[in-house]
Design a protein around this ligand. Structure first.
Ligand code: NCN
Ligand code: DMD
Length: 349
């Protein structure tokens, strides 16, 4: 059995009794009013990470931010506001000089950062600290040919699984996922249209704030891709990923499946990482027991993607970015909720 198959097979549903016990503790202390979504966060975290609730406390999350980078052949259609080499520049920036917004946010939420190249269309061997797992120099333009082969999709998924397995061994139990890849919101739009059963126009947003003119081009690309891949079933996660996805999305799908198999939790970020969750959901529905939503991206179809998963974002800050930005803010809130839970004493307040 492959690492991918073994991982999928190892995923079990969360233990509801743990969540109920956490909620009872909050209820026992807070006699009137309630702490609303802070309670939900702690219950979800406790269930996903299979906490023993010894001394009625929760382990403080040990956090790892994983940013996966890759390029997209569909960029040649003129669907992004930025050239492809921004993927190189931003990915380098996470490591030297560690000056990106993602670095600041990782520091804020006390996450260690791992950056992985699974398909950047340039040689990245000179970047120190980068995890070199390049599957190919970018995907194919999916209007011409499937973005990747099935073997490549599984290889990229396994890169994510293996990274999580390594980090779980080091004690990490919460993973904040982020991505970087110019043109990848076009890929996400097609995947969301497939999974959510919505039209190209409903699924297509402005990504890196493209002009009206580019938006028309992007909508047509998404429309044409939906016709070209109409034969792929909406429940075929691997088929959709392989046809119109990206290597960074496959890697993050692997992070989600790998974490779920190990009872670790994944905090998703915006539109793109929610689409990775859609793929994981199609492959193993129970993997969603290990996924926590974070912010609502300004990318318009994000809400439609979350709806398929039955998830709701905790905050709407108007971010439209990726690179684990919203996930880091969510991590800050989860940390607060866990620390508060650990200080609760019995009795009426
Ligand atoms: O995930 C999101 O909500 C999101 C929304 C808009 C843009 N992005 C980021 O912007 C890039 C993709 O935008 P685009 O216009 O090139 O498709 C990619 O690097 C993503 O990290 C991400
Ligand atoms: C500058 C820039 C930063 C990003 N971070 C994530 N996606 C991005 C896309 C661009 C273009």
């Amino acid at each position: 059995m492959s690492v991918f198959e073994e991982t999928c097979k190892a995923i079990t549903p969360k233990n509801i009794a743990i969540g109920d016990a956490v909620k009872r503790t909050w209820d026992g202390v807070v006699m009137y009013g309630n702490y609303g979504k802070l309670v939900d966060m702690t219950a979800q975290y406790a269930m996903a990470t299979n906490q023993s609730l010894e001394d009625n406390t929760l382990h403080i999350p040990k956090r790892c931010m994983i940013i996966a980078s890759a390029d997209h052949g569909v960029a040649e259609m003129g669907v992004s506001a930025y050239p492809q080499d921004v993927t190189v520049g931003m990915t380098q920036n996470y490591l030297i000089p560690k000056g990106a917004g993602a670095n600041a946010l990782a520091n804020y939420c006390e996450a260690d950062m791992e950056v992985i190249d699974v398909g950047i269309a340039a040689d990245m061997s000179w970047v120190p600290g980068l995890r070199h797992k390049k599957i190919a120099y970018g995907t194919k333009n999916f209007l011409k040919a499937p973005a990747m082969t099935k073997t490549q999709a599984i290889k990229a998924i396994e890169a994510g699984i293996e990274l999580v397995n390594e980090k779980v061994k080091e004690g990490y139990n919460v993973f904040l996922v982020g991505e970087m890849g110019i043109a990848n919101t076009t890929s996400s739009a097609v995947m969301t249209a497939k999974f959510a059963g919505i039209t190209a126009d409903e699924a297509t947003g402005r990504g890196t704030n493209i002009s009206d003119e580019r938006l028309k081009v992007k909508q047509k690309v998404v429309h044409d891709a939906l016709i070209k891949y109409a034969h792929i079933d909406k429940n075929d996660g691997l088929g959709i990923l392989q046809s119109v996805g990206g290597f960074e999305f496959a890697c993050i799908t692997g992070v989600i499946l790998g974490a779920a198999a190990q009872h670790a939790m994944v905090v998703i970020d915006g539109f793109n990482t929610t689409v990775c969750a859609l793929v994981a959901h199609a492959i193993v529905p129970e993997s969603m027991d290990y996924v926590m939503a974070s912010h609502l991206s300004a990318e318009k179809a994000h809400v439609r993607a979350l709806k398929v998963l039955g998830l709701e974002a905790y905050v709407d800050l108007g971010l439209c970015l990726g690179e684990a930005s919203g996930g880091s803010i969510q991590m800050g809130m989860l940390d607060l909720a866990v620390r508060m839970y650990n200080e609760l004493e019995g009795g009426a307040q």
